[in-house]
Design a protein around this ligand. Structure first.
Ligand code: G3I
Length: 334
């Protein structure tokens, strides 16, 4: 068998994909790729707070349930994404004028309710997402500010969240997930120091997720070194959201294609895909490698980075790109 997931099974790792549940339900070609090529799935959006609790105490579990049911029917594990993040929060929460003590208690209720709801069905949870800025400072959010106002530290805040998640779902592996940890620098150094403090304090953290949103204009990171130093702390590591974007050509009507504007960078993209997977395979504690979407037609990239795209493994028509062959080749050689 030559599918990504069959080759990944032989190599001893999970190969995952972020899934859009509307496309999973409505597009047969998309669904077929998800189910035949991947052994792990992550909800691209439907396990985020704004989707799960659109109005206070009104829960919307159905989209996430559909995703998990499909995964179980296809022998896939599920990465939970994400319990605590500063984006995609419900408006009732962000504009509710809650006091710091109320925010802490709303956070506790959210983490415990969601982790308990999915308990036993999640292999790895992204418990906290994107808690550091690129300069290595701790990110200010409504939650960090509430804790500060209560006289509590960043470690106490993050420690609380991991303890609540662990209490509600003791079998899930609990991850801190972030971007730009791939590169050695202020951010990954700060995260590395912070995670050691959590471990020293006995916080139940089991893994660190490296999102892996790369861009050909910034150079390839010293990824393996960074994965290894976190693994050396006794943690699992994972690539959780890989995509590799570049500038793409435009049509006459101004819409973007998924053709790299610079063919040399297009070739580099293919090498970088291989490089990210090789880095994971070289680190024993890295057994989960997830890509952030199926095809260039439904990637988040063009909506966030003007003029960029072509970041994924399948093209606008859900046909495999050379990137896909590159990953298979790496797995065959593993
Ligand atoms: O659901 C609404 C829809 O009703 C509306 O018509 C439409 C119009 O814009 O928007 C839809 O919401 C969009 C949502 O995705 C669901 O499709 C939001 O606008 C859009 O901003 C949102 O983007 C998501 C983004 O997170 C939000 O921050 C992307 O799909 C998702 O891929 C992206 O994922 C994040 C990870 O969670 C964390 N790491 C970075 C990664 C990329 O940003």
């Amino acid at each position: 068998e030559n599918s990504l997931r069959a080759l990944a099974d032989e190599a001893g790792i999970k190969v995952g994909v972020a899934v859009n549940t509307d496309l999973l339900a409505g597009n047969g070609k998309y669904r077929n790729i998800v189910n035949t090529q991947f052994s792990s799935v992550t909800a691209e959006n439907v396990m985020k707070w704004e989707t799960l609790e659109p109005a206070q105490r009104v829960y919307n579990w159905a989209p996430a349930e559909a995703l998990i049911a499909n995964a179980e029917a296809n022998g896939q594990v599920v990465r939970g994404h994400t319990l605590v993040w500063h984006n995609q929060l419900p408006t009732w929460l962000t504009s509710g004028n809650f006091s710091p003590a109320e925010l802490r208690s709303l956070l506790e209720n959210h983490v415990k309710t969601v982790a308990a709801h999915f308990a036993g069905r999640i292999q790895q949870w992204d418990v906290v997402n994107e808690i550091f800025n690129d300069d290595g400072t701790f990110r200010q959010t409504i939650f960090s500010q509430a804790y500060a106002a209560l006289g509590l530290s960043a470690e106490q805040y993050i420690g609380d969240v991991f303890r609540w998640a662990h209490e509600a779902d003791p079998s899930a592996l609990l991850f801190y997930n972030d971007y730009n940890l791939e590169f050695t620098g202020p951010k990954s150094n700060a995260a590395y120091a912070f995670v050691q403090k959590l471990l020293a304090a006995g916080v139940p953290i089991q893994g660190v997720g490296f999102q892996g949103h790369l861009d050909t204009q910034y150079g390839f990171p010293d990824l393996q070194n960074n994965l290894q130093r976190f693994a050396d702390l006794g943690l699992q590591v994972a690539l959780t959201e890989v995509d590799i974007r570049t500038f793409v050509t435009q049509k006459n009507n101004g819409t973007y294609t998924d053709t790299p504007a610079d063919p040399a960078e297009g070739a580099q993209q293919v090498d970088w895909w291989a490089g990210t997977l090789e880095a994971c395979l070289a680190v024993e504690a890295c057994t989960s490698y997830t890509v952030w979407g199926v095809s260039d037609a439904n990637s988040w990239i063009p909506g966030f980075f003007t003029g960029q795209g072509a970041g994924l493994l399948f093209d606008m028509h859900n046909n495999p790109k050379p990137q896909c062959d590159a990953l298979r080749e790496v797995l065959r050689n593993a």
